[in-house]
Structures are given as structure tokens and as C-alpha cells.
Design a protein around this ligand. Structure first.
Ligand SMILES: *[C@@H]1O[C@H](CO)[C@@H](O)[C@H](O)[C@H]1NC(C)=O
Ligand SMILES: *[C@@H]1O[C@H](CO)[C@@H](O)[C@H](O)[C@H]1NC(C)=O
Ligand SMILES: *[C@@H]1O[C@H](CO)[C@@H](O)[C@H](O)[C@H]1NC(C)=O
Ligand SMILES: *[C@@H]1O[C@H](CO)[C@@H](O)[C@H](O)[C@H]1NC(C)=O
Length: 249
């Protein structure tokens, strides 16, 4: 029951900010937007993407582009939920406490639609850290070139598409970064021009600390990368199955 509600609410809300045309506000728009692909592509009006460096080959590019699309879809659900339920929502409170919804909304907008000029994704293990951390590093931010992210080969085998959401285990067990599209958001947030020169950062990464920030330090909950990742995953899970697949906190 709740799945249907969530799906139709998401489809209806997404279209409202997906297009400037007033035509879409008719009462038939929800019905027209039931298909998965419509929801996926209509979530953001002007999404921006990093540049894929020439060291990424055709198959790398396919998987990275799929991850970018997953990022758009997952964040579109989150934005939809923010617009629909606001900050009194129990899911909001779980990850952001009484933190400002304007910060959260702004971070999502900025992540997806602000210019990504100069943001580069490369596939060449430029610093040798992929080889040094086999089966562990899926990628890394480059300290020596802050606009650049290296994607390791391990990314392609370890990170999963959103179509596998809730299939691979509870979110608290696999972690939000298990999913390529949500992992990609965390990589975006390492880039200074995207994270507001460090305004958004990795202040807490353990689940217990993340929940603790929401409960008692919401000023930092809305500035902490992992609070966003868990919120986005939690919301997305509830669109997959009525009870979601967060697991036990
Ligand atoms: C939906 O659209 C159809 C055709 O465009 C129209 O005949 C019908 O009245 C509309 N339904 C509603 C509820 O607006
Ligand atoms: C692209 O690179 C990956 C390693 O990142 C390699 O496994 C794959 O075979 C390459 N694909 C093509 C088409 O060359
Ligand atoms: C909130 O968290 C930040 C980042 O961990 C920390 O620097 C700050 O001291 C915390 N504030 C309180 C009141 O605990
Ligand atoms: C937010 O919650 C914290 C912790 O419960 C509390 O100290 C603070 O006063 C609250 N802030 C607002 C603006 O309600």
C-alpha cells in the first residue's frame, strides 16, 4: 500500500519541478508518469556531470554513466520527500534531527545541478592507490589534484546498481556506498567546489556517530556526508518496498 503511495507521490512531485511547462499540472500527470524511465529522467531539470577522462574506456564509461543516472534518481526521491513531508518527517529526523531543511535541500540541489566544470573522473590509477589496496579501494579523491577522482577497477565489481536495492541486504549492513549511485555522491562531496570548500565533510563515518549527530548535534548532521548518504538510501529503500530495508539501527 505504501509503495503505491510513495511511487505516485514521487512521480507527481518530480514532474512539478522537472519542467517549466504549466501543461503538466493537469490531473492526468501522475498517470502519465508511472513508468520507471520517466521518473528516472525527470528528477532534475538541469543535471550536471563530471568529465570522464580519456583514460576511461567504453565499458568504464557505460558503468560510470549508469552510476551518474542512479545518483540523479536516488537524489530525486530524496528531494521529492523533502518537498512532500518537510523536516517533521521521521526519516528526516532520523538522519538530520532538527537540522535545517534549507541546508539539506541546498546540498541536494547543488550536488546535482551546480556546475561541475573542472570536475574530472579518471580510470588510470594515477597514484597507484588502487593497486596498493586491491579488493578494498573502489576509488579515491586525489589529494594532489583536488578536482580529480580516480575510479579503481574494484568499483565496477563491488558497487551495485539501484535496481539491486534492498536485494543485497539491509542498508545498515551493506552501507549506502554499496550502491554505485550513492557512492558517487560521496565522491562528488570530496570535491572542494561541490562541498563548499569543506562546509560539507566527513565529520563522522560510523553509524553510531552518524545517528548521534542527528540526535544531539544537528548543526553537523546537515554538514556530514554520511548523514546524507543514509538519508538518501533510507528514502530510496521505502520506494522499493513498503517497509524499506534500513535494518535495525
Ligand atoms: C485526462 O485526459 C483525458 C484526455 O486528455 C481527458 O479526456 C480526461 O478528462 C482527463 N482526466 C482528468 C481526470 O482530467
Ligand atoms: C576497459 O577497462 C577495463 C579496466 O578498467 C577492462 O577490464 C576492460 O576490458 C576494458 N574494456 C575495453 C572495451 O577495452
Ligand atoms: C558537533 O560535531 C562537530 C563535528 O564532529 C564537533 O566539532 C562539535 O564539537 C560538535 N558539537 C557538539 C555540541 O557536540
Ligand atoms: C535542536 O536540537 C538540539 C538537541 O536536542 C537542541 O539543543 C537545540 O536547541 C535544537 N535547536 C532548535 C533550533 O530547535
Amino acid at each position: 500500500m505504501r509503495t503505491i503511495e510513495t511511487t505516485s507521490f514521487a512521480a507527481a512531485s518530480l514532474i512539478l519541478y522537472a519542467s517549466a511547462s504549466p501543461v503538466i499540472y493537469n490531473s492526468n500527470s501522475t498517470i502519465e508518469l508511472q513508468s520507471y524511465s520517466m521518473k528516472e529522467t525527470l528528477g532534475w531539470t538541469r543535471p550536471t556531470f563530471p568529465e570522464l577522462y580519456h583514460t576511461c574506456n567504453e565499458t568504464n564509461n557505460r558503468m560510470l554513466n549508469a552510476a551518474f543516472q542512479d545518483s540523479l534518481e536516488a537524489t530525486a526521491y530524496a528531494k521529492s520527500r523533502l518537498l512532500e513531508y518537510g523536516s517533521d518527517d521521521f526519516t528526516y529526523k532520523r538522519w538530520f534531527g532538527n537540522g535545517s531543511i534549507y541546508t539539506v535541500m541546498g546540498v541536494l540541489d547543488n550536488l546535482m545541478e551546480a556546475s561541475k566544470d573542472g570536475v574530472l573522473i579518471r580510470c588510470d590509477d594515477a597514484d597507484g592507490l588502487c593497486a596498493a589496496n586491491p579488493g578494498y579501494y573502489a576509488g579515491h579523491h586525489r589529494e594532489t589534484a583536488p578536482m580529480e577522482t580516480v575510479i579503481c577497477d574494484y568499483f565496477y565489481t563491488s558497487k551495485k546498481p539501484l535496481s539491486m536495492f534492498c536485494f543485497e541486504g539491509a542498508i545498515v549492513d551493506v552501507g549506502p556506498k554499496h550502491y554505485a549511485g550513492i557512492d558517487m555522491l560521496h565522491r562528488y562531496l570530496h570535491i572542494p567546489t561541490i562541498n563548499g570548500e569543506g562546509y560539507i565533510g566527513e565529520y563522522a563515518e560510523e553509524l553510531e556517530e552518524i545517528v548521534e549527530l542527528a540526535e544531539s548535534n544537528s548543526t553537523f548532521a546537515v554538514r556530514n556526508v554520511d548523514n546524507y548518504l543514509y538519508y538518501i538510501a533510507d528514502v530510496y529503500g521505502s520506494s522499493v518496498t513498503p517497509s524499506g530495508c534500513l535494518g535495525t539501527l
